[in-house]
Design a protein around this ligand. Structure first.
Ligand code: AMP
Ligand code: GLY
Length: 423
């Protein structure tokens, strides 16, 4: 069986390594993949947003199954286009991917169906937004409607900062058309939990919970990034909270999408905040999270491809989705300067015994050598019985990897450990 995976980051590397465990898989193509993924799949220089070229490649190579991992191609309709050529896919169609593609859509969906989320207002007119901010509660949260590489959210601590954010999104168009409409919402507090789930539109199966670390530096300082590390499971996410989320958030979301004629099939990611008033949705993503996937999939004991195919064929309720009763920690090694300016092209050395634990996000092959090519370069995951062991092991592996200008956070998992100790 030949499988095609669209995307080229650490998340895709984790998906590919897991799919490779299936004995029936004879070949995996990664479009575009990256220099590190090349060790596990055949990388083809087709961009993840080049839908026509992706479909042409899939048809020409008669691939048996396609996994579309990133948000952009999903929102652009990659799954619709592949399915139109008879290629079974994992991932939502465009009309369902809108749950991530438009914050206005997702907020209105939650309001209509009574799914707990922050109070909000939508604006398409800048003057109206500025007027609203004159009396809005502060801090407040400003969100661009469309995709913005994870940067479209601004937490404003002052009224001036909030107004400046509105100007930059609606007047200066820093996120392009994504800022034509904006959401201004209530500032919530509480621990954050990421829950990825498999769903075929009938059944929803949450995966093991996880915790992202979004800020660039230790103790949650520095700029927001795509994620500097993760642990799973997330100790804040108790069985009781999981039950509440299933009843009040997960099932209502699946049902709401069905009722709107936008059945969601694929991985639906719930970004949750456990507020004093109960769990609320901060955001939906229409795909696996990055770097959540790099801790969630290593704990998956069931065969990933089997589960994915069951989602495609709408028989998810018939398959087992089992996770190990263990802990995982992923530490991201990035290029100094990320998420702003950084240099590329430094040689990466990964000892053989560590390779299995490494998910490469930003690297290229140059003159036969693996070199850095992105802000986030790679993630190192360790799975152990306990959280302290997993943290210690992943940092132990990080020590063995080298590239110039590398930096990483030293406190991945520290907050989770403290939460465990509080209990
Ligand atoms: P997002 O890009 O939607 O994941 O948002 C980025 C981060 O902003 C989230 O992970 C939260 O930490 C924070 N955030 C988003 N919305 C809110 C909110 N309503 N209240 C407090 N923090 C928020
Ligand atoms: N780690 C957050 C995301 O994938 O959007």
């Amino acid at each position: 069986m030949e499988v095609l995976v669209v995307g080229g980051g650490g998340r895709e590397h984790a998906i590919i390594k897991k799919i490779k465990e299936n004995k029936e898989v004879s070949k995996i193509y990664a479009l575009p993949g990256n220099g590190g993924i090349a060790a596990d799949a055949e990388c083809v220089a087709i961009g993840a947003k080049d839908i026509d070229a992706i479909v042409e490649f899939a048809v020409e190579h008669k691939v048996d199954y396609a996994v579309v991992a990133p948000d952009d191609p999903l929102v652009l309709g990659a799954v619709d286009a592949l399915e139109a050529k008879g290629i079974p896919c994992f991932g939502p169609r465009a009309n369902a991917a809108i749950i991530e593609g438009s914050k206005v859509f997702s907020k209105d969906l939650m309001k209509k169906y009574g799914i707990p989320t922050a109070e909000y207002e939508v604006f398409s007119d800048m003057e109206a937004a500025l007027k609203y901010l004159e009396t809005a509660p502060i801090p407040t949260v400003i969100k661009a409607d469309g995709l913005a590489l994870g940067k479209g959210v601004i937490i404003a601590e002052t009224r001036e900062a909030a107004m400046e954010a509105v100007h930059s999104m609606m007047e200066d168009k820093v996120f392009g058309k994504s800022g034509d409409n904006i959401v201004i919402e209530e500032f919530l507090t509480g621990p954050e939990v990421s829950v990825l789930s498999f769903t075929d539109g009938k059944t929803v199966v949450p995966m093991i919970s996880s915790m992202d670390h979004k800020r660039a530096h230790d103790n949650d300082t520095g700029l927001n990034t795509g994620g500097m590390g993760t642990v799973a499971p997330n100790p804040y996410y108790t069985e009781e909270i999981a039950k509440e989320c299933m009843e009040k958030i997960f099932l209502p979301t699946i049902n709401a999408m069905n009722a709107e004629g936008r059945t969601f099939k694929g991985c639906l990611y719930f970004g949750l905040m456990l507020t004093p008033k109960g769990p609320k949705v901060i955001e939906y993503n229409c795909r696996f999270g990055d770097p959540e996937t790099q801790v969630v999939l290593p704990l998956l004991e069931s065969d990933l491809l089997t589960v994915m195919q069951a989602v495609t064929e709408e028989r998810l309720s018939e398959v087992e989705v089992k996770f190990a009763d263990k802990n995982a920690c992923c530490v991201i090694m990035a290029s100094e300067g990320y998420p702003e300016h950084y240099e590329k092209g430094f040689e990466i050395t990964i000892p053989e015994e560590v390779a299995n634990n490494v998910y490469v996000a930003g690297a290229a092959i140059k003159e036969g050598k693996l070199v850095t090519s992105g802000g986030r370069v790679l993630g190192v995951t360790a799975v152990e019985e306990t959280l302290p062991e997993a943290i210690k092991a992943s940092y132990g592996l990080v020590e063995k990897i080298h590239f110039d200008n590398a930096f990483y956070r030293h406190d991945i998992g520290a907050r989770a450990l403290a939460a465990k100790e509080e209990k």
